[in-house]
Write a protein that binds this ligand. Sequence first.
Ligand code: NAD
Ligand code: UD1
Length: 316
Amino acid sequence: MKNTILVTGGAGFIGSHLVEALASGDSNTVIVFDNLSTGRIENIPNLENVSFVRGDVQSEEDITQLFSEFTFDYIYHLAAVASVAESVNHPLETHRVNMDATIYLLEATRFQEKEVHKFVFASSAAVYGAEPTLPKTEQSIVDPITPYGIDKYASEKYVITYGQLYGLNVAVARFFNVYGPRQNPSSPYSGVLSILVRVSKQLRKGKNSLFQIFGDGEQIRDFVFVEDVVQGLILLATKKEIQAEAFNIASGEKHTIHEIITICETILEINIPLSYGKTRKGDIKQSYASIDKIGKIGYKPQFTMRQGLEKYMMYE
Ligand code: NAD
Ligand code: UD1
């Protein structure tokens, strides 16, 4: 049976990989809804069964219009300001996208005539905050310390509560640090690996470049390759028994920033010059995941850090 699938933020880094996977084969019609603030039209696969609708998730009018044109079987809500640092600098503006928009979408979904098979929300490890118990399981204390983390947690609660109150089929994915091709390195707030890969490639071409570390470089993250995230998202959407619950999506591996720099240096046979700046406001020192819960429904990461980085660096 043909499914119509909405991917908000589908022109972005993670969203575009999801769209690619959903659109392969022709049994799905995929609608990308995006305002291209950080996403790019070139990221959207040029396929007959993929359509692009330019719109803003902060606009109730745009959402109403979207739901008047299409009836969705699945909804993946990924549109957001993905930068923690940007939420610290612009809490009100990011709140409108990262929280209010979630309710607009949930409301539209609730009143859609046909019941949606699953509404999957892209949350974040940022909900766990700086509470030091590790690894983070879905039972860990939630204590966000930035506007970004607060909005992600509030959105999660709305999503789960819509499941419980109105019987909407919903699931929440808590991504850890995602990396891979098409992650945009152009802002100072971009994901650390996108910046590191850009610097590495410049050095490889013989150009001068420098990587700046915020803090002492010993902060720990769980970096997960984007194709593994897509695997996790599709599992959460298609496993009917998953209802109104949150799941970590991560690699289950942990690395310091210094370690990932060494891996890049080894792969490309270069030395990366470093400079050190102050720790960013709201930065979490250590974040890594237990993936046991999602493992029980069949999730298995396919990429080690080195394999993922190699694939990322070969891209282009
Ligand atoms: P991204 O910036 O590449 O993608 C976000 C997309 O949303 C972009 O295409 C952007 O244009 C779109 N967008 C932003 N504001 C919008 C608006 N008002 N209306 C419509 N579209 C809008 O970021 P990403 O890394 O692909 O993140 C995707 C999702 O995953 C986000 O919800 C982010 O918070 C979450 N997440 C990302 C990571 C990570 O490590 N990258 C980790 C945890 C959670
Ligand atoms: C990232 C995601 C966020 C997600 C969270 C989940 C991005 C932009 N942010 O936040 O959406 O919810 O993971 O865990 O993808 N750093 C440097 N030098 C740089 C850039 C960063 O040292 O040039 C450091 C940062 O200070 C931080 C670490 O690298 O300690 C990771 O930073 P970043 O990639 O921005 O990710 P998070 O803040 O963890």
